[in-house]
Design a protein around this ligand. Structure first.
Ligand code: PLP
Length: 455
């Protein structure tokens, strides 16, 4: 049962002392403090004002098995009592860490047989940065230092994460990106290719990568990094053939291919990993979020055997964190994967609730504010436009319609995210069809209510 909190006092303390992530502190102050989320079960969160909200975002793209899984709490308790912590610096490791590495290797399969642990998605991408550059030096190609990424990609909030990412607003804070990262166009058909043939648009976006490689000089390019489906950028699903073209370009120039699966991993797109759904084979796979369903912070990089063979020639790889391979996080992640397997959650997304979400979102087509609905597995988006049948935005330019509709959705009992002119959703993989119906009904109502606000 939830504890009896003094919500007004917590809000006061929030304003006085807490600096939340990715927030406008003045806005939080003007609001009188953040929403206090007190407890949750299944697909619902509850706040201190007594609201029960359907969590269309699975926390922050992570609570794949839903809230209230006692067995995850039990396994954390057991592991804490047996061994709450030990490191992997001292030629030591703990049983859950080794078992989780082997489990992940079995899920990624193929050449991705080695696993490096960190605590967050951002750290996983810092690991990519250092490991890839170290690899090329050891391989005798020290000039290969440049990473190619996409505008509007999200790869985290650390210096390397923001630099690899393509969020201009994030670059502006902290004088980023650091040197050695090149950004190319994203395969965002609705936003940037509307009216053209989607497959050709995807090919053109892949060709932009090759053009940049040639500009930079292939001998200087270390890796291409991309999310199989861009999440924080607005659930951008690339056109068919895009990833196959990207993979062919990487292979042509001997460039490593990194699939950032921090959101797409662990069943989100209907397979264990997004690259499996989209049909390409990366060399390194950063993953986090769904790995533990967010119950504890843990991330990992699955790495190909070819890379590890080269790393073996270099002595110590002087990289890693206190919490790399944390035994409690690893034990929880292992049990989380066991739950996903036992309940067949990937299959459920692929063959049941994923297709159902796509169908349900179609009910919004034809709404005067809807330009497109799209989804893959349980990742969905609704594009908000000023004129149906077009991609014209409110105010004539890319704007802020997403947050307007998001706020109305939350008032109506649904947590979604508003990204520019898009609302996105990513519910727990246990969501029922009837809850998807509720979700879409709440979006429809919120869109109706947004009409007079946006006009
Ligand atoms: N990579 C991707 C694709 C993400 O979506 C995120 C977070 O949303 C990250 C990296 C960063 O993960 P974290 O917030 O755990 O550092």
């Amino acid at each position: 049962m939830p504890r009896n909190y003094d919500i007004a006092e917590l809000k006061r303390l929030d304003v006085a002392h807490h600096l939340p992530a990715q927030q406008d502190y003045k806005l939080i102050e003007d609001m009188g403090g953040s929403r206090i989320v007190t407890h949750a079960e299944g697909c619902y969160i509850h706040d201190g004002d007594g609201n029960r909200i359907l969590d269309g975002m699975a926390g922050l793209w992570c609570v794949n098995v839903g809230y209230g899984r006692k067995e995850l709490a039990d396994v954390a308790y057991e592991q804490m009592m047996e061994l709450p912590f030990y490191n992997t610096f001292f030629k030591t490791v703990t049983p859950p860490t080794v078992m989780l590495a082997a489990k992940i290797a079995s899920l990624t399969g193929g050449k991705l047989q080695h696993v490096f642990f960190n605590a967050s998605g951002s750290e996983a991408n810092d690991t990519v940065f250092r490991m890839v550059r170290h690899y090329w030096k050891l391989k005798g190609e020290p000039k290969r230092t440049v990473f190619i990424s996409r505008w509007n990609a999200y790869h985290g909030s650390t210096v390397a994460g923001v630099s690899l990412g393509g969020m201009k607003g994030m670059h502006a804070q902290g004088d980023l990106p650091i040197p050695g990262v090149e950004h190319v166009r994203q395969p965002y058909w609705f936003g940037e290719g509307f009216g053209t043939d989607p497959v050709q648009f995807g090919k053109d976006c892949a060709a932009a990568i090759e053009e940049r490689i040639l500009e930079v000089g292939p001998e200087n390019v270390a890796a291409f990094i991309g999310e199989p489906v861009q999440g924080a950028g607005g659930v951008i699903i690339p056109p068919p053939g895009y990833w196959q073209a990207v993979e062919a370009i990487c292979r042509k120039y001997g460039i490593l291919l990194v699939a950032d699966e921090v959101i797409c991993g662990f069943g989100r797109t209907g397979e264990w990993f997004g690259h499996q759904t989209l049909g390409f084979t990366p060399d390194i796979v950063p993953m986090a979020k769904g790995l533990s369903s967010g119950y504890l912070p843990i991330s990992a990089n699955a790495v190909s055997g070819d890379i590890v063979e080269v790393l073996k020639t270099g002595g110590d790889f002087v990289h890693g964190f206190t919490y790399s391979g944390h035994p409690v996080c690893a034990a929880v992640a292992l049990r989380n994967i066991e739950i996903m397997e036992r309940e067949g959650l990937c299959d459920r997304v692929k063959n049941d609730v994923g297709p159902y979400l796509a169908e349900a979102l179609k009910r919004l087509d034809g709404h005067p504010l809807v330009g497109e609905t799209r989804s893959i597995g349980l990742l969905g988006a609704v594009e908000i436009v000023a004129e149906p049948g077009t991609n014209k935005r409110w105010g004539g330019a890319e704007g802020n319609a997403g947050p307007v509709v998001r706020d109305l959705c939350i008032e109506n009992g649904l947590m979604v995210r508003g990204i520019r002119d898009t609302i996105v959703m990513c519910p727990p993989l246990i969501i029922e069809r009837s809850q998807i119906d509720d979700m879409v009904a709440m979006i429809a109502r919120s869109l109706d209510e947004a009409l007079p606000v946006l006009r």
